[in-house]
Write a protein that binds this ligand. Structure first.
Ligand SMILES: Cc1cc2nc3c(=O)[nH]c(=O)nc-3n(C[C@H](O)[C@H](O)[C@H](O)COP(=O)(O)OP(=O)(O)OC[C@H]3O[C@@H](n4cnc5c(N)ncnc54)[C@H](O)[C@@H]3O)c2cc1C
Length: 481
């Protein structure tokens, strides 16, 4: 008890009394994992306001033998920001470091503290001829440090790529208390290892990111949104391939939803929001695309006949700007909530080469059906990148406890299909604590060794984020929805 009081005193000395939370009640909001997949446990939560305070925390962690778990907006879906030990883990939240320090239009760069949200950046850029192109449904909450550390993707990857493409530099407090600073206004720096990029996807294991320099870009012409009805995932894949090949830079987003997914969200919305938008044809799935030129849509309608419905070309409905387009895209964004309302599910966020999406869906469906014929399957995803969300719901007749055992077989079956097709078990969300067993089973052994070597070199004592990538212990509660 006396030891705990001393440790809290040492932490208070780093961040001040108003930056320290240590009661169950005050820590609770930080401990919730968004999908309820695990429960966080920590000695304390600290909210530093400056890089110097982060340095002090790292030095304190060394002396007191503490582990530091960085947390941004806590929106990642794999438990990477979820501490797991009530005696030694200290959650370091970046939310009090949220100043945009510079918007340099001449050099197309924005420099901000790591706790700024994505929405804050978008608002700061309103009215400028430049913009920051990342788009995530979690924009109001996810923070720049978290976006770098999880190498976020989102709705504009087809056109703009992932977060790593947009980070010019970072300021990071390393495990020995030194500050690595690669913040820069330069477009080019080829003077050695790409250390900025190393932080992308580091998931809080290589240090605490305190500032980020972002690359900005000119705004694209206004986007038009089009909804294509597709009967099968094969058809969706062919259409996505056509749009990518012929659409060039005009293709901004390309989202697939299978019929069962649309029906689920429509039922979830009920009458409240008008149920099914007109553009979504009953009995069919859809491919929602956003483009800066309609030329490729005309081509798809005229020339895409071989791959299109019944040789007639793909029929797309241009969504009006009077709210219809927003309504259809909102439906896409409601998929996660609608699924959550349905109850337990085993979720997979996987990537396969674009030309193998349909093969993957077929094979994974077969695997699941062989295990259990009555399991509901939901398929949607960012199709232009081969990123599929393949989610399997709990069969009605199965108890929750049976499901927790059964879903391990499902995960293995699905991930085996992904591996056989040359894909990745984690397309966007990362590894965190939830995907550690998949990481150990499916990640290339040499790659794991290199990651370990890098981590070990930067963090000799293992201060940062134990349990991410490596099994330190089983998460407290792994009974997820
Ligand atoms: C509705 C919804 C939609 C989403 N859509 C997408 C999507 O389309 N594409 C996508 O890729 N993701 C998506 N996500 C996941 C999530 O929003 C992103 O991964 C986001 O980038 C996480 O940012 P965060 O600030 O919430 O990070 P957190 O969840 O707080 O942390 C994520 C990881 O980064 C580490 N970390 C956080 N801050 C720092 C820091 N300052 N320094 C070092 N490490 C740090 C944490 O330890 C953890 O390992 C979605 C989430 C939600 C809830």
């Amino acid at each position: 008890m006396a030891k705990r009081a001393d440790t809290l005193k040492a932490l208070r000395a780093c961040v001040g009394g108003d930056g320290l939370y240590h009661t169950d009640e005050s820590m609770a909001p930080f401990m919730r994992e968004r999908r309820g997949m695990m429960v966080g446990r920590a000695l304390a939560v600290v909210m530093p306001r400056t890089v110097e305070q982060v340095v002090a925390l790292v030095m304190c962690a060394g002396k007191e033998n503490l582990k530091l778990v960085p947390q941004g907006g806590n929106t990642s879906l794999v438990g990477g920001a979820c501490p797991q030990d009530a005696d030694t883990h200290v959650l370091v939240a970046s939310g009090a470091m949220r100043t945009i320090q510079a918007i340099d239009e001449d050099n197309a760069t924005l420099i901000a503290e790591a706790g700024c949200t994505l929405a804050q950046v978008h608002r700061a850029m309103a009215g400028s001829k430049l913009f920051f192109p990342m788009q995530l449904a979690s924009a109001e909450h996810c923070q720049l440090g978290g976006m770098v550390a999880s190498n976020a993707g989102g709705l504009s990857v087809a056109r703009y790529g992932m977060m790593a493409e947009w980070v010019r530099g970072v300021e990071v407090v390393l495990a020995d208390g030194r500050i690595l600073n690669t913040l820069s206004l330069c477009c080019k720096d080829n003077s050695g290892y790409a250390l900025t990029r190393l932080m992308c996807g580091s998931e809080g294991t290589l240090g605490m990111i305190t500032k980020v320099a972002l690359r900005l870009v000119g705004r694209p012409p206004p986007l038009t949104r089009v909804c294509f009805a597709v009967k099968t995932v094969q058809e969706a894949q062919a259409l996505a391939g056509f749009l990518r090949q012929h659409g060039g830079d005009s293709l901004y987003a390309c989202e697939y939803m299978a019929e069962a997914v649309i029906d689920t969200v429509v039922a979830y919305r009920g009458g409240v929001e008008g149920g099914r938008p007109r553009a979504l044809v009953k009995g069919q799935g859809c491919l929602l695309v956003a483009l800066s030129s309609l030329e490729v849509v005309q081509q798809a309608q005229e020339q895409g006949g071989q791959g299109g419905q019944g040789g007639q070309g793909w029929q797309g409905t241009v969504l009006a700007d009077d709210g219809e387009g927003d309504d259809v895209w909102r439906l896409r964004e409601q998929v996660h909530d609608a699924q959550r309302a349905l109850g337990l599910a085993c979720k997979h966020d996987v990537a396969v080469p674009l030309g193998r999406v349909a093969t993957f869906v077929d094979r994974a469906t077969e695997k699941v059906r062989a295990l259990r014929g009555d399991a509901p399957i939901f398929v949607f995803g960012h199709l232009a990148e081969g990123n599929v969300h393949f989610n399997v719901g709990k069969p009605e007749a199965m108890t929750a406890d049976e499901f927790f055992v059964w879903r391990e077989k499902v995960r293995e079956g699905v991930f085996d299909c992904v591996r056989a097709l040359g894909g990745s078990f984690s397309a966007e969300h990362g590894v965190g604590r939830v995907n550690v067993s998949a990481f150990q089973r499916y990640k290339d052994g040499v790659a794991v060794d290199v990651m370990r070597a890098v981590r070990g070199a930067l963090d000799v004592r293992g201060v940062f984020n134990p349990g991410v990538f490596e099994t330190m212990e089983e998460p407290v509660s792994h009974k997820s929805r």
